[in-house]
Design a protein around this ligand. Structure first.
Ligand SMILES: [Zn+2]
Length: 697
């Protein structure tokens, strides 16, 4: 008898349905030579620092025992806290343990989700449950339909085939623990504020911080452009000159416009061609999230949860994929699915080609597609309908039997000998696949002009402003995180060569992975570091404080370090380095942070810890203490609002400086402030009328 351990109850149910005629006994399914039971996702987590150092878990953090580098990482059951013990987890593990050790069970099957996280979730269950050696196999499911389950069960590979995937999974878990635990405690103790530091969350918050600071400090440049909007044959032809003039040269701009208007503008060339427009690629998870974010303002945690639900119900393939391609081995399966989709009335036919099937662009999962199982759309929730229909319609667009035919036109209008304007327009003649996917719309319709026509012109100087960079959206942030070393312009383009993008993913240059990114961004939102409104991210005061404090504490957790470790993890996956090697790299980085000067309240460079007294309140005479965002009067509850920031104009006000300010009413001249416009300046801080002010005199 084989025991199958599924990652989640829903997967166990689908596996049982694939085997057929199984009996459920409350804790597991039995029948047909199989037992099927389940975990609740992670039943185990890594031990806390105190469990390695002999301290008491939950006590106030200290620097004792930090940085903590366990000689051997230990896991423990997630049994909750003493206050809230999780009896369900314990019962679940006992059930798995009893079934593993049943004498009639001669083999175990790891049925974690088909990714590195799923691989180690079930491996850990087996590691701690099985008390005698038994062979372990792997059930790897690209989707959860009964057909796929039955086919995979007929040909189970040994679980050792996935050892390197597990190695990468464990290495990732250890490294993220080392960073999260050590740097969170270090930064929290040294700043006196709870700061959640992690390998991936910090560069994500930093990207949003940097962009928002660029926008905040942006000074627009005003200039004159020469624009002509004149009618020819009843149609307005808009031409914008390449000549531009600075704000001070208004007269020069007017003279230039007059000169150009004296010339004759004619159409000197017209090119027209019909073209079949290619459909976009299938969806990877983030491309689907981009689409849903842009079109429906659906946040990433929601689009992932809905996609996951559709996968668990068997309607979509495995969602956490980073590929927009299908495997060549899947052609027969796709033909069958196309048959089911055609039966719904969609015009589809099988198409082959490198833009759809490309094994070199698949790491472990193919693009997201519908499965054989077509849902009864009336029974889906509104969000499920939105997501399913986006995936289905993209699939139909890619395999559409009708071509999209467009007419592309290029007109050249020459303004005397001054300059040529090339106008481009696209008119869609036959909609084809664009009926199902509106990623590409018909472009501009050009005025009906022919070669030799004279075009009326009326150039005038128009005042314009350079525009600031744009806030990150779900789409642009995702594109940045997938390849943080590429210029955004290229990343935004759907078209063109995507080899570089896939190289970045396969080498581990990306920040986070398709499977983890949604959760980490969700954490940053819940920690109030960033916020998401519609599909636009912006930094919150807590996020500014995080980034500025880390920089003051010289904790550098930028994209270079994060992706350096990401590449090390990929090398573990490719068997080029060991788990221990990658952990040693992380330890070295963390040691550097800890080797920065120590935390000593008598050190003038010490920023102040939570609760440190700084002096007497100038308004009410009570004690001023270092608090979360700065120095604050302890008479706050009695209505005294005296406070000032621990970071003013980009400069940390140390505890010693705050003490001097409160004791004498002013500080020495302090250097290193930075104005909103990015200029650095020196100033004295003084207390005037119960407020802290800059004194420039
Ligand atoms: Zn006060």
């Amino acid at each position: 008898m084989k025991l199958i351990i599924a990652e989640k109850p829903s997967l166990a149910r689908n596996i049982a349905a694939g085997i057929g005629n199984m009996k459920k006994t409350g804790e597991y399914y039995e029948g047909g030579g199989y037992l099927v039971t389940w975990a609740f996702g992670h039943l185990f987590s890594l031990c806390d620092v105190e469990e390695y150092t002999g301290g008491t878990v939950g006590e106030r953090w200290t620097m004792d025992g930090l940085p903590c580098f366990p000689a051997e990482f230990r896991f423990r059951l997630r049994t909750g806290t003493d206050k809230q013990p999780d009896a369900g987890v314990i019962r679940r593990f006992h059930c798995i343990r009893d079934l593993c050790n049943r004498p009639d069970v001669d083999a175990i099957v790891n049925a974690g989700d088909a990714d590195r996280e799923g691989e180690i979730i079930v491996r850990l269950c087996i590691r701690y449950a099985l008390s005698m050696p038994k062979p372990v196999y792997r059930l790897w499911l690209p989707d959860q339909t009964p057909q796929t389950v039955a086919a995979a069960l007929a040909d189970l590979p040994p679980d050792e085939d996935y050892d390197r995937l597990a190695d990468e999974g464990f290495a990732r878990t250890y490294i993220d623990w080392l960073y999260g635990v050590n740097l969170t405690r270090f930064a929290t103790i040294r700043s006196g504020t709870l700061l959640r530091v992690g390998r991936v969350i910090v560069p994500i918050v930093k990207a949003i911080y940097d962009r928002d600071m660029q926008i905040r400090n942006f000074v627009p440049d005003v200039y004159y452009a020469l624009v002509s909007k004149a009618e020819t044959n009843g149609e307005v032809v808009e031409l914008t000159s390449r000549f531009q003039f600075p704000k001070e040269e208004a007269e020069k701009a007017a003279r230039a416009a007059k000169k150009m208007n004296g010339a004759t503008a004619t159409v000197t060339a017209k090119k027209t061609k019909k073209e079949n427009l290619k459909p976009p690629k299938l969806f990877s998870l983030s491309k689907l999230q981009n689409y849903l974010g842009k079109k429906y303002k659906m946040p990433m945690d929601k689009s992932l949860a809905v996609t996951q639900k559709l996968y668990e119900d068997g309607y979509l393939t495995y969602p956490r994929t980073n590929s927009e391609y299908l495997a060549t081995a899947e052609k027969e399966k796709i033909k069958k699915i196309l048959g089911n989709v055609a039966a719904l009335g969609y015009p589809v036919k099988f198409r082959d080609g490198k833009t759809i099937f490309d094994d070199s662009k698949i790491e472990s999962h193919s693009a997201l597609t519908p499965t054989y199982k077509i849902p009864d759309v009336g029974k889906l929730s509104a969000d499920e309908k939105t997501v399913y229909s986006a995936v289905l319609r993209r699939f139909v667009a890619v395999f559409c039997s009708e071509d999209c035919v467009a007419q592309k036109t290029e007109l050249t209008v020459s303004v005397g000998s001054y300059e040529d304007h090339v106008l481009k327009g696209t008119v869609i003649l036959e909609p084809g696949w664009t009926r199902f996917d509106d990623t590409v719309r018909g472009g501009k319709i050009l005025p009906s002009l022919n070669k030799g026509d004279v075009v009326n012109i009326d150039f005038r100087p128009v005042e314009k402003e350079t525009s600031p960079p744009k806030h990150y959206t779900i789409e642009t942030l995702n594109n940045y995180l997938k390849n943080p070393f590429r210029k955004e312009k290229a990343a935004a383009g759907e078209e063109g060569d995507d080899r570089e993008e896939y190289r970045a993913i396969f080498e581990g240059l990306e920040l986070g992975t398709e499977a983890t990114r949604t959760g980490i961004i969700g954490n940053a939102i819940r920690s109030r570091y960033i916020e998401l409104k519609k599909d636009v991210y912006s930094i919150l005061p807590g996020g500014e404080y995080l980034i500025e404090t880390l920089s003051l504490l010289q904790i550098s957790m930028d994209k270079f370090k994060t992706s350096f470790l990401g590449q090390a993890l990929k090398k573990v996956y490719h068997g080029e380095i060991t788990v221990e090697d990658s952990v040693a790299l992380a330890e070295q980085e963390i040691r550097e942070v800890f080797s920065a000067p120590v935390n000593d309240p008598s050190d003038p460079a010490y920023g102040g810890g939570y609760g440190d007294p700084a002096g007497v309140c100038p308004r009410c005479g009570k004690e001023v203490l270092k608090s979360r965002y700065g120095y604050r009067c302890s008479g706050y509850a009695d209505g005294c609002k005296f406070r000032f920031g621990a970071v003013l104009c980009g400069r940390m006000i140390t505890l010693a400086e705050a003490k001097e300010l409160l004791e004498t009413g002013k500080t020495k001249k302090l250097a290193g402030f930075v104005s909103k416009r990015g200029k650095s300046f020196d100033a004295v801080l003084e207390i005037k009328d119960g407020e802290v002010r800059f004194d420039f005199s």
